[in-house]
Design a protein around this ligand. Structure first.
Ligand SMILES: C[S@@+](CC[C@H](N)C(=O)[O-])C[C@H]1O[C@@H](n2cnc3c(N)ncnc32)[C@H](O)[C@@H]1O
Length: 208
């Protein structure tokens, strides 16, 4: 069975086309405006080539993008510099399952297709750094694309409500987006297929 550790991800990125994953994920672009957040500080878990992070920075956010693969982190930093966004993007190599997370608070914490061992614990820890009134956004696979390096048996595919429930964040958190839309996606070699996304957007209560 494949171990999705730092070596696995580093090899993936060393052999990946550096332009893959540099455009923002459609569900992120569609969902963040619906959370009605003012641009502030954002933290991304498992940023990959930084498509989401760079897009959000271009909207005026200060983004800290974490990834366990140094190659990915270096590419984010390079693109941020090329796109004039270096002042708003901090790309850091971090294994979020064991390393400390950056100091918050953040107005938005998100992860797109970010999977790691004991991910719920990582997300719970990251949620603690969300400001009152801020949001936690998780975009997961709701189906397995034909080009996926994973297989359906590697991990369960919970519904949005099941995913939100599994985090056990407590009464301070309200689900604002629990959706599983379908879209046509493009794979690394240009293949096209219908996929389902799982979108969970949770709002942290304002302090009384
Ligand atoms: C499927 S990719 C998604 C990348 C990006 N979010 C996107 O949507 O294109 C998952 C990412 O999570 C990162 N990752 C996996 N385990 C991690 C960990 N323990 N700490 C930090 N990043 C991790 C991988 O290196 C990879 O970039």
């Amino acid at each position: 069975m494949t171990t999705y550790d730092a070596n696995f991800w580093e090899k993936q990125y060393q052999s990946a086309d550096p332009s893959w994953g540099t455009t923002p994920n459609a569900p992120v672009v569609a969902t963040i405006p619906r959370l009605h957040l003012q641009p502030g500080r954002a933290l991304e878990l498992g940023a990959g080539h930084g498509g989401d992070a760079l897009w959000l920075a271009a909207q005026g956010w200060a983004v800290t993008a974490l990834d366990v693969a140094q190659t990915a982190v270096d590419r984010i930093a390079r693109r941020a510099a090329e796109e004039g966004l270096a002042a708003r993007v901090t790309a850091v190599r971090r294994d979020v399952t064991v390393d400390p997370l950056p100091t918050g608070p953040f107005d938005l914490v998100w992860g797109s297709f970010f999977y790691a061992p004991d991910r719920e614990a990582v997300l719970r820890r990251a949620a603690e750094s969300v400001n009152p009134g801020g949001a936690l956004l998780i975009v997961d696979h709701g189906s397995v694309a034909p080009w996926s390096w994973s297989s359906a048996s590697d991990h369960e595919l919970p519904t949005p409500a099941e995913l939100a429930e599994s985090l056990g964040l407590g009464p301070d958190w309200t689900p604002e987006v629990l959706e599983a839309p379908k879209r046509i996606a493009t794979g690394p070699n240009g293949q096209r297929a219908e996929v389902t996304d799982t979108i969970v957007g949770l709002r942290r209560a304002q302090q009384p």
